[in-house]
Design a protein around this ligand. Structure first.
Ligand SMILES: *Cc1c(COP(=O)(O)O)cnc(C)c1O
Length: 428
């Protein structure tokens, strides 16, 4: 029964464009109406009709320890008593910045913002100010939030909605964004050569999660690092998704490649709206008020948001074994799905790393946007609905990664695999 959700969605559409505050939530790509959520705890989501779902998105990444994690909740409750915002510095911001620089060593200085989008927009402005160059290179299928410069072959909601390029982005802005295919070092080298001395920054997801989960090929990130060093280009790893998810120090720790700037979001706020950008001191000191590049925020470093993020990151730093645990959870689910798919002769392709995975309905190996698009999205829509009916909450789009949490126990994994098997039988 989803009566209350359906009624709320009907009402919402009168007052909110499409009834939602972020497009992919609308379920347009998978059919049906979105589920309105009332509460969540651990690995369960509860909707307004009283249905219970096992969580495989976890708020698109942040809830890596499961919902309402006690240490985070406690810290937020304690902080709430002192009012919610001052617009003046607090001790917690210093502790937070120190903690981030410890966990992500390439980040020598960091500036807090309120979302991943703000982080990437600010990082690119900084790279332009620092290098005195205008152009940036982004990769097809990578999503960096909804800043104008990035809405060109952006992944995630943009491909899901079939709107890779958004009206409202001026030609002038679009001209300064150069596009390269993901995982193709030769193509990006050519692009840099053709624009010699003009490229300020190269920005990418070191593991892509917004065209579905796509891993970098061996040597790809190293190759980009060398290219940027040679050409004086600022290398930006957008770790809004992978930061604190793949390792305490993000994908850069896992792959051993050091970017010049890093953007963070999602987990860093423990579920509150937080983003951050940071990197080399020399570059970060170009930011106002020490440097000339302007960037500001009334609510940046908000005490409640910092409390949630700080409690989350502290737990992660003190318990690095969670990454082994997340990897085991990921392997159990992924191997289970693979076994079932083989038995049932499903045409599929699976990408997996740690607590991120995507099941594509294609027999092509997915390594970039072009191969990701070979997936059968109509079949994915049916699969999504079949899983939802069985109490499993997936991302409502094929072009997203799933995000696992430490709250997933053996019994949840059993339910996921059993639902998968029944769903596949139903839709094939
Ligand atoms: C989610 C995401 C963003 C945007 O973050 P918002 O907080 O939604 O603005 C940017 N980059 C990547 C890689 C993301 O996954």
């Amino acid at each position: 029964m989803i009566k209350k959700s359906a009624a709320l969605f009907a009402e919402a559409q009168n007052y909110i464009p499409g009834g939602v505050n972020s497009p992919v939530r609308a379920f347009k790509a998978v059919g049906g109406n979105p589920i309105f959520i009332e509460k969540a705890k651990g690995s369960y989501l509860y909707d307004v009709d009283g249905n219970k779902y096992i969580e495989l998105i976890n708020s698109w990444g942040p809830m890596i320890l499961g919902h309402a994690f006690p240490e985070v909740e406690k810290k937020v409750r304690k902080t709430l008593k002192n009012s919610f915002s001052f617009g003046a510095p607090t001790a917690m911001e210093v502790e937070m910045a120190k903690l981030i620089t410890e966990m992500v060593p390439s980040v020598e200085k960091v500036r807090m913002v309120n979302s991943g989008t703000e982080a990437t927009m600010s990082a690119v402005r900084l790279a332009r100010g620092y290098t005195g160059r205008d152009k940036i290179i982004k990769f097809e299928g990578c999503y960096h939030g909804h800043g104008d410069s990035f809405l060109i072959a952006a992944g995630s909601g943009a491909i899901t909605m079939g709107e890779p390029d958004s009206p409202g982005v001026t030609k002038g802005t679009a001209q300064d964004t150069l596009l390269a295919p993901y995982n193709d070092l030769t193509a990006v080298k050519k692009l840099v050569k053709a624009n010699k001395g003009k490229v300020a920054a190269l920005i990418l997801e070191p593991v892509a999660g917004n065209m579905g989960c796509v891993l970098p090929k061996d040597g790809y990130l190293q190759g980009l690092r060398e290219l940027c060093t040679q050409e004086g280009i600022v290398l930006i790893f957008d770790e809004v998704m992978t930061g604190f998810r793949l390792a305490p120090g993000g994908a850069q720790e896992l792959f051993g490649v050091t970017p010049d700037l890093t953007t963070l979001g999602k987990i860093i706020g423990g579920g509150m709206p937080v983003g951050a950008y940071g990197g080399k001191k020399e570059i970060m000191d170009f930011v106002s008020p020490v440097g000339p590049v302007y960037q500001a925020g009334t609510l940046s470093g908000n005490p409640i948001a910092m409390a949630a993020g700080f409690a989350m990151l502290t737990h992660i730093q003190e318990n690095p074994k969670i990454y082994k645990q997340l990897n085991e959870i990921g392997e159990e689910i992924v191997h289970g799905i693979q076994r079932i798919n083989t038995k049932l002769s499903v045409n599929y392709s699976m990408n997996h790393i740690g607590s991120m995975y995507s099941l594509f309905f294609t027999d092509k190996k997915v390594t970039d946007l072009e191969t990701a698009k070979t997936t059968n999205t109509a079949l994915f829509g049916k699969y999504f609905q079949a899983m939802l009916k069985r109490g499993i909450y997936l991302a409502p789009s094929q072009f997203e990664s799933l995000f696992l949490s430490t709250a997933l126990k053996s019994k949840h994994i059993k339910s996921i695999l059993s639902a998968h098997k029944k769903s596949i039988i139903e839709i094939m």
